[in-house]
Design a protein around this ligand. Sequence first.
Ligand code: ZN
Length: 255
Amino acid sequence: MLDIGVNLDHSSYLEDLNAFREEYQQAGVDGIICIASSLEEAQKLITICSPYPDMHYTFGCHPHHASTWQDNHTQVLLETFKTDSKAIAVGEMGLDFNRNYSTPDEQIFAFEAQLNIASQSNKPVYLHERDAFIELTQRLAQAQLPKQGVIHCFTGDKDQLKKYLDLGLYVGITGWLLDERRNQTLVDAIKYLPLDRIMLETDAPYLLPRNIRPRPKRNHPKFLPYIAQGVAEAKNVSVEDVIIATKHNTQALFF
Ligand SMILES: [Zn+2]
């Protein structure tokens, strides 16, 4: 199994990274993709992940941080993707008109810049969307993306899912699927998500699967098997099939 969504820059993980890694490996997780939300965080991930061949990272700017985007960042990203084989996707990038920590104009500017970077460096995009579905999908439809990408932490409905699939994207599923208070839309939608387009992610330390007993304090990539199991049940297929397909998908897109 490969966890495509870990927010590694969390003190509880960094205190003992070797132990952190052993724990997820023992749970059958062979590797993780760490999410960079800003260039500053991305630079940190380069250092943190360098001793570990099974840790990779995205490199880019989250819509929340779009106001920090500067013209020279394009050069930094292009250079990184050219020289650093552990930087495997542009992102986390996207549009989030729910909280607007950066203005919509700033978000669109950073988003378009990163679409260009993805196409120039032949890398997939690692996408975030909240309350910006139409704007995001229209812009994606016009972009020239050689590798497409993944919509991470998908929580939408069947129509949104279909649109993302039509755009050629993979779809990241988190522990949201196991949250009975708010998962009904996703449980319905996932029936239309083919196995060859699914990826698994914990979004650790957030989105702890709610069915773990005793309940841990925070999420961890070692809990990825719970999400694989949830996908298997929602799609009525075997967990082995989910594990094989999602690993294959992740390797096909990123490695
Ligand atoms: Zn996100």
